[in-house]
Design a protein around this ligand. Structure first.
Ligand SMILES: Nc1ncnc2c1ncn2[C@@H]1O[C@H](COP(=O)(O)OP(=O)(O)OP(=O)(O)O)[C@@H](O)[C@H]1O
Ligand SMILES: [Mg+2]
Length: 252
């Protein structure tokens, strides 16, 4: 299948853009994206986090952000900020956190692009983009319109997830965007392990890290507690993931 890559653009002031993507819903993209952003900020980088999931915008909740974002007179938006990470998400723009967002594809795409371009990010070393599941119009438009420097692919260990992830890997490869590696999430008794290793071998990719399935992780996400700062195990895993990304980029 031919895939069109439309003259993708950079965003002034942002050095590198990284997408966090997966082929499967609920595999932990938002958990990985938020904790990666937190870890990179802790390591001293200027980090932004854009929540590209318009209808299930979860980053604010996972980071314990309750700020409501309102545009300035000239229609510019300042992001929320927590632990040094600048965060822009629909959750901050809706009147109430449980307000549904039901936009048709062209509107979602237009608004997503505007939000990425017109948010007052300031100077950023890295903008992490938390992708929605699947291939809604606005997600494809980010992949086609913005010059992404790399994708972090999240997968669960079970075979079904591996199949979905393989599709996502194929899509990103067709779009000619580098895949920086795979993060296996929810390893353990329930979903097993090893699926990510097979994918890395088959696709010649790096396994950036493997995160266990833990009740404590789910609880921290629910409570909006920064998981990576409250678990030595996660701190170690995300330090390693963050380092390998930065080493690939050589962000000064
Ligand atoms: N390693 C883990 N251990 C336990 N729970 C986890 C783990 N990773 C994520 N979760 C929980 O699983 C749920 C799904 O995670 P998350 O929202 O990050 O997935 P997602 O891929 O972003 O989902 P969506 O497809 O809706 O965007 C969340 O409730 C989160 O708290
Ligand atoms: Mg999500």
């Amino acid at each position: 299948m031919a895939v069109v890559k439309l003259n993708p653009q950079t965003v002034p002031g942002i050095k590198k853009m990284i997408g966090v993507l997966s082929g499967k819903g609920g595999s932990g993209k938002t958990f990985v994206a938020t904790n990666l952003a937190l870890m990179l900020a802790k390591q001293g980088y200027r980090v932004g986090l854009f929540d590209a999931d318009l209808s299930s915008s979860d980053t604010f909740h996972m980071m314990g952000i309750t700020t409501r974002l309102t545009p300035s007179k000239d229609n510019k938006l300042s992001p929320a900020e927590k632990y040094g990470v600048k965060v822009m998400a629909m959750a901050g723009l809706c009147g109430k956190p449980d307000e549904p967002v039901m936009w048709r594809g062209p509107i979602s795409s237009k608004i997503t692009q505007q939000l990425i371009r017109e948010t007052i990010w300031g100077e950023l070393d890295l903008l992490i983009i938390d992708f929605p599941t699947g291939t809604p119009d606005h997600a494809i438009s980010i992949l086609q319109q913005f010059l992404l420097d790399g994708i972090v692919m999240v997968t669960q260990p079970q075979q079904l997830a591996a199949l979905d992830t393989q599709r996502a890997i194929n899509m990103v490869t067709m779009l000619d965007i580098p895949i920086m590696g795979l993060v296996e999430n929810m390893r353990g008794e329930i979903f097993g392990e090893g699926g990510a290793r097979q994918l890395t071998e088959r696709n010649n990719l790096t396994l950036l890290g493997s995160i266990p399935l833990r009740k404590s992780i789910a609880t921290m996400c629910d409570k909006g507690t920064a998981a990576v700062f409250n678990s030595d195990e996660l701190q170690m895993i995300f330090t390693k993931i963050a380092r390998s990304l930065v080493e690939t980029f050589v962000v000064e």
